[in-house]
Design a protein around this ligand. Structure first.
Ligand code: HEC
Ligand code: HEC
Ligand code: HEC
Ligand code: HEC
Length: 381
């Protein structure tokens, strides 16, 4: 992904999601580069190829989730690092938080569209049966005006709003309506923008949506009525919406026909969107499906014993691993998470020498360990 494009997208997120966002989510990108993560991982195709792409292949939730995923893959990561003589990344709390914020958003923002792919889609998805772009064709509905929209979500929104008319035309023309996957909405939007006969040089920003407003709309537009109260649509917390904005737009579109039918049967209005409302609803779907990490100090105490932390961290041990009481209280979870990661390779070496493996840790486990350690730490910094 082009860095400048990324900056624009991310600055917009920062404005719209100030309630959940740090001052500068882009900082995480620098951490990613500085720590050499991009030697192996990519962000939307830019970077290494030996490890999963953060924009496409992995969804990373909160900081506990990031550490859990890194921890549980540390054996493979550390193996590749020693083979390629890459230095092992060491973090401080701030680095870790910035990294986590960046990875969370990069997935949501998705990839920019590709206009030549979009051009093919315009034909293969049958848009061309009913629409024109670039020059007028008699009997076809021009889409040139799509160019002025600032975000590909707008294309999805316009299609959604016209679902009834499209459906009617589909029946009379005997063609099928398109189904979307991957980044196809963004590709189509990019193509329409390039092929449009309109001459405007407006900058194109992607408005990422505001989840708080999205929740309000979710109630007002009847989504909640069908999906939560009446169980007419599936429970959306079981739908994987930890996907990019455009992919979620695609999921909604692909079900629009059935939603329309359900609305007709129930004599309820089909929800329509104005302004940036669809982006708001989509951002709500993304945030609400992010798993919530829970934990407790009691569970942490159990884990500390059962997961073998206490095999090294006992009073008078030869490795000089501090007891929990000797540790100083961590300022925040990020500082703890960074400290835990920084000693993973040392732990692993000792464990491997003893014929043992690093215990797997889930996000909840890590939170519990954090709560336990901080409740019992009495040492000095
Ligand atoms: C030397 C290569 C290398 C470097 C450098 C590296 N990784 Fe990895 N990472 C890997 C490999 C290989 C895997 C996949 C392991 C597997 O498939 O089990 C992985 C997996 C992961 C995963 C889990 C992905 C999943 O599917 O759940 C996360 C998260 C991760 N790395 C984060 C990072 C971060 C953050 C950095 C930089 C601080 C980093 N990695 C640096 C090679 C690397
Ligand atoms: C079966 C015919 C048909 C197909 C196929 C079709 N559309 Fe439409 N589309 C329509 C009709 C009819 C309208 C409503 C026009 C109106 O209300 O003025 C419409 C409206 C739209 C609008 C709103 C236009 C505006 O000016 O507000 C957009 C955007 C759109 N379609 C995009 C697409 C795209 C992209 C595809 C292919 C992925 C597609 N359509 C496929 C028939 C179709
Ligand atoms: C009139 C009832 C109704 C309303 C209103 C409604 N939906 Fe739906 N929705 C459904 C039904 C029924 C399905 C299942 C369609 C299918 O099986 O293909 C569905 C499917 C979906 C899916 C796909 C779920 C999956 O697991 O694949 C999403 C996402 C979705 N709706 C979002 C919304 C949003 C957001 C709104 C509000 C803007 C909304 N729906 C309003 C009835 C409704
Ligand atoms: C194989 C032995 C071993 C195991 C198992 C082990 N540790 Fe450690 N740990 C150490 C050693 C040695 C140090 C001291 C590292 C140093 O001072 O550089 C340490 C340091 C720490 C620190 C302090 C890091 C810092 O610099 O602030 C924490 C927190 C910690 N361990 C937590 C854990 C937890 C939680 C577990 C269980 C999941 C665990 N350790 C399992 C050996 C181990």
């Amino acid at each position: 992904m082009k860095i400048r494009q990324m900056i624009v997208l991310i600055l917009w997120s920062a404005v719209a999601m100030a309630q959940v966002l740090p001052k500068n989510p882009l900082a995480g990108r620098e951490v990613l580069e500085k720590q050499g993560c991009l030697n192996c991982h990519a962000v939307n195709g830019t970077g290494g190829t030996v490890a999963p792409d953060f924009g496409k292949q992995v969804f990373i939730g909160d900081e506990y989730d990031l550490l859990s995923k890194m921890w549980n893959h540390s054996e493979q990561m550390l193996a590749v690092m020693s083979r390629t003589r890459t230095e092992r990344p060491q973090f401080n709390g701030t680095d870790f938080r910035e990294l986590s914020n960046f990875l969370y958003f990069v997935r949501y923002l998705g990839q920019p569209g590709n206009s030549s792919v979009g051009k093919e889609l315009f034909v293969s998805k049958n848009c061309v049966e009913c629409h024109s772009v670039g020059m007028p064709v008699s009997g076809k509905i021009p889409l040139d005006s799509m160019k002025v929209f600032k975000s590909p979500v707008k294309l999805a929104q316009e299609m959604w709003n016209h679902a009834v008319a499209m459906e009617r035309r589909r029946i009379s023309k005997k063609v099928s309506l398109p189904v979307f996957s991957d980044n196809e909405f963004a590709d189509l939007a990019e193509y329409l923008r390039q092929a449009s006969s309109l001459k405007t040089e407006e900058r194109i920003y992607s408005y990422p949506g505001d989840p708080t407003r999205g929740l309000k709309l979710f109630k007002e537009k009847g989504c909640e009525y069908c999906h939560v109260q009446k169980n007419i649509g599936p429970r959306l917390d079981e739908t994987n919406t930890n996907q990019s904005v455009m992919k979620i737009a695609g999921i909604m579109w692909d079900h629009s026909e059935k939603m329309l039918n359900a609305a007709r049967q129930m004599k309820k209005p089909f929800p329509l969107f104005t302004d940036n409302q669809m982006a708001d609803v989509i951002s709500y779907l993304y945030f609400s499906s992010t798993p919530k990490t829970t934990g407790s100090a009691e569970a942490g105490a159990r884990l500390f014993k059962d997961d073998g932390c206490s095999n090294c961290h006992f009073a008078g041990n030869k490795l000089k691993a501090p007891t929990v009481g000797q540790l100083a209280v961590y300022r925040d979870k990020d500082e703890f998470l960074a400290a835990l990661w920084n000693h993973v390779s040392q732990m692993e070496e000792i464990l491997v020498a003893r014929g043992k493996k690093l215990p797997k840790l889930l996000p909840n486990d890590i939170k519990s360990l954090y709560l336990f350690v901080n409740e019992n730490a009495t040492g000095e910094h």
